[in-house]
Ligand binder design. Structure first.
Ligand SMILES: [Zn+2]
Length: 67
């Protein structure tokens, strides 16, 4: 996993899910990540849709990023 595990916008420590959804939604080759809150702001959708996507990907079991 990449070394930078804090949010590039607000600096909070990131959980595995935060990194995984960022890779999924923004870029599979990203080296710097955002927490769900900042990603929600960046995508102009808020954090709720992102939390739902995390639940969806985990439940589907198909994504290698969510195991
Ligand atoms: Zn943040």
């Amino acid at each position: 996993m990449p070394a930078d595990r804090t949010c590039k916008s607000c600096g909070v420590p990131l959980r595995t899910d935060d990194v995984a959804i960022y890779l999924k939604l923004v870029s599979r080759t990203a080296q710097h990540f955002q927490c769900i809150d900042c990603l929600g702001i960046s995508l102009n959708c808020g954090r709720e849709p992102i939390l739902k996507l995390i639940e969806y990907f985990r439940a589907s079991g198909n994504c290698v990023l969510f195991r």
